[in-house]
Design a protein around this ligand. Structure first.
Ligand code: HPA
Ligand code: MG
Length: 177
């Protein structure tokens, strides 16, 4: 595994992200919603560095790749927090194709939120991204498959304290674990 962003860079990046969000909202209360499961680690670090009053909730999203439902994004409608008339900040691990955040932002707007902004740890530099760009981005990264700090491959590696790039042999080995 090759380290792309180490622990101390992540720490600095998340602090900077929190400062940007803080100054944007100027102390107004927000409802912060974590996109499960990838944003779990970022979310825990981020909300403790935001200084405005917060409500906190989660939403589940999963995209099934391969098979008959290729690329279809499933949204868990049992979001356990009310977003009506709230200023919502949606937090995700990565902006890759843009599909997840575009669909989730629309879904939350439809639930009656006053506003929806988006924050991500990583934004991939790649062509053909769809929908609006995230409002707050900690790091822009090359178009490589990354894991760690919440990001997974086959639900593994989320616990790594850094962001790493999986080597081809590790990709093969993961499937056998
Ligand atoms: N790593 C992990 N999960 C992802 C990625 C990635 O690079 N892109 C979209 N989901
Ligand atoms: Mg994943």
């Amino acid at each position: 595994m090759r380290t792309l962003i180490d622990e101390s860079q992540l720490d600095d990046g998340v602090s900077k992200l929190a400062k940007e969000i803080d100054s944007n909202y100027g102390g107004r209360p927000i409802t912060v919603v974590a996109v499960m499961t990838g944003s779990l680690v970022l979310f825990a670090d981020l909300i403790r560095r935001l200084s405005m009053p917060q409500r906190v909730g989660v939403i589940h999203a999963s995209s099934y790749r391969g098979g008959t439902q290729a690329g279809k994004l499933e949204i868990d409608s049992k979001m356990l927090i009310d977003v009506q008339n709230r200023d919502v900040l949606l937090v995700d691990d990565i902006y890759d194709t843009g599909a997840t955040l575009t669909k989730l932002s629309a879904a939350i707007a439809e639930m009656g939120a006053s506003s929806v902004s988006t924050a991500v740890l990583l934004k991939k530099l790649r062509p053909k991204q769809i929908g609006p760009k995230p409002d707050f981005v900690a790091f822009e990264i090359p178009d490589e498959f990354v894991v760690g700090y919440g990001l997974d491959y086959l639900d593994m590696y989320r616990n790594l304290p850094f962001i790493g790039v999986l080597e081809p042999d590790e990709i093969e080995a993961t499937a056998r674990q």
